[in-house]
Design a binder for this molecule. Structure first.
Ligand code: SDX
Length: 444
């Protein structure tokens, strides 16, 4: 009988490990959602050097966290206890950012002050433009954004030092970092976008909401008034909320481990942007659109691409499908799929690749290869269709993912620093040459 977590904890509070003749006990840790972990922090000491190994950390927890809970089997995702469905439908992105970072939804006054402080910290030093100008137009926006984010440390040196003297001063020091990141990175995103299109760079408009200001900075045409489109503002607000956090994913784990060396918040987020860039992670939204376009150019032959995805000798994967944690539908994919229809409908756009995406999804959901491996559409499968409808170029899709993920990265970085977590330093099992004597080149 499969023991449920409740059974296990009612029966035992320790795990037993047998190595040869010796047996060892380790305490069990239980989370608020009844998840259980074996705490092996004493393992090397009591076993004279034995470690565990788990490529890709598929079964290994890096930390305890109170920010986001997800249940891959049930397709549940909650930020600080609130369901992603409710937040995506009813919340504003900046209040979700506040919730993820500080743990509670803000009052009207708290949110207003938070937004004011962000606006006050949204000026980007003009010298950053010189760094931006050094990039060729062909540079991928994720590489540009990661570089400019790291460069912000040079213009905000105080961001490097978190005041550790006492909790209050630490919190103030963290707060100053937080509002600078949320103020300056949207400007960098807009500059990166406009540089690619050869448009003059725009500064923010403090009379606008946070999300609307991002759209104006990106899309305002030279010598024209900016005309807001509520459909696009609502869609971007929802997309940013859906991308805001996802517990210990590759890029957030990167931000936490880089921050664990006490590197600054800008440097840690710059590393998270680089990790997100990969096509197996946030870069998948760009890869999905390129895949759908390739299928369309190939006559819409989805069956051919399904066969390629299942062929072990073919490196092709069905991008936007599968997930390390979700072995059920990614709840975000369901919400984005509905939003894609609404946006295309509201904007009067008939995008043929939406039909290709739908037929791929239909085929995969009834194909044994995908069903047996529990491969469902993930957050990246439909998001690109909305970004494209909003006029965002495909190379900017992952930048939009990064913009959404900022509060998650910030929240985890602060949680790690406030909990004074140790520097991350995994162990390894060495499989190289054993000792051998050096021979000078004349002897070899
Ligand atoms: C994100 O972690 C997060 O939370 C990430 C994220 C977030 O919000 O931060 O949710 C965002 O990164 C979503 C994922 C976006 N990536 C993609 O859509 C790329 C395509 N997906 C795959 O590359 C893959 O599914 C991963 C990377 C997402 C997950 O890889 P795992 O968990 O390491 O799984 P695996 O590679 O071991 O695959 C298990 C099996 C293998 O087949 P077998 O060896 O068992 O025969 O499933 C197969 C894989 O070949 N498989 C796929 C597939 N994904 C997995 N086969 C075809 N197409 C795919 N997409």
């Amino acid at each position: 009988v499969f023991l449920t977590n409740k059974n296990i904890l009612n029966m035992i509070d320790k795990a037993k490990l047998q190595i040869g003749e010796n047996s060892y006990e380790f305490p069990l840790i239980e989370g608020t959602e009844n998840e259980i972990a074996i705490d092996i922090k004493t393992l090397r000491g009591v076993t004279d050097g034995v470690i565990t190994i788990d490529a890709g950390y598929k079964n290994t927890g890096a930390c305890q966290s109170a920010i986001t809970f997800l249940d891959g089997e049930k397709g549940i995702l909650r930020y600080r206890g609130y369901s992603i469905e409710e937040l995506a439908e009813k919340a504003d992105f900046l209040e979700v950012a506040y919730l993820l970072i500080f743990g509670e939804l803000p009052s009207k006054e708290e949110l207003q002050k938070f937004h004011e402080d962000i606006k006050e910290n949204s000026i980007v030093d003009d010298d950053v433009r010189k760094i931006l100008d050094a990039f060729p137009k062909s540079a991928h926006p994720m590489g540009v954004l990661s570089s400019l984010t790291s460069a912000l440390t040079a213009f905000n040196p105080s961001n490097d030092k978190i005041n550790n003297i006492d909790y209050e001063r630490t919190k103030k020091s963290l707060y100053d970092n937080i509002v600078k990141v949320l103020g300056k990175i949207p400007v960098l995103v807009s500059w990166t976008y406009r540089k690619k299109l050869g448009l003059p760079l725009e500064y923010g408009d403090n009379s606008l909401g946070y999300v609307e200001n991002i759209l104006k900075m990106m899309f305002k045409k030279p010598n024209e008034d900016y005309v807001p489109n509520q459909v696009i503002i609502t869609a971007l607000n929802k997309l940013l909320i859906l991308h805001a956090d996802h517990e210990q994913n590759c890029s957030t784990s990167t931000v936490r481990i880089v921050g664990s060396s006490h590197a600054g918040l800008f440097a840690s987020i710059s590393s998270g942007i680089s990790a997100l860039w990969g096509p197996l992670h946030g870069g998948a939204n760009q890869a999905v659109l390129e895949m759908l376009e390739a299928i369309r150019e190939d006559g819409g032959d989805t069956k051919k691409y399904m066969a390629k995805a299942k062929d072990k000798n073919d490196p092709f994967r069905l991008m936007g499908f599968g997930h390390r944690v979700y072995k059920n539908f990614d709840p975000r994919a369901k919400i984005i799929k509905v939003a894609a229809y609404e946006v295309l409908n509201d904007l009067g756009i008939d995008d043929p690749i939406l039909e290709i995406a739908k037929s791929l999804e239909k085929e995969a959901l009834s194909d044994a290869y995908f069903v047996d491996r529990k491969l469902y559409p993930n957050v990246d499968f439909y998001s690109g269709i909305i970004y494209r409808a909003m006029g965002i170029p495909v190379e900017m899709f992952t930048v939009m993912f990064a913009l959404g993920r900022l509060p998650g990265w910030i929240g985890h970085w602060c949680e790690m620093r406030l909990r004074k977590e140790p520097i991350g330093r995994p162990r390894q099992i060495y499989t190289g040459e054993t000792y051998r004597v050096f021979k000078s080149i004349s002897q070899r």
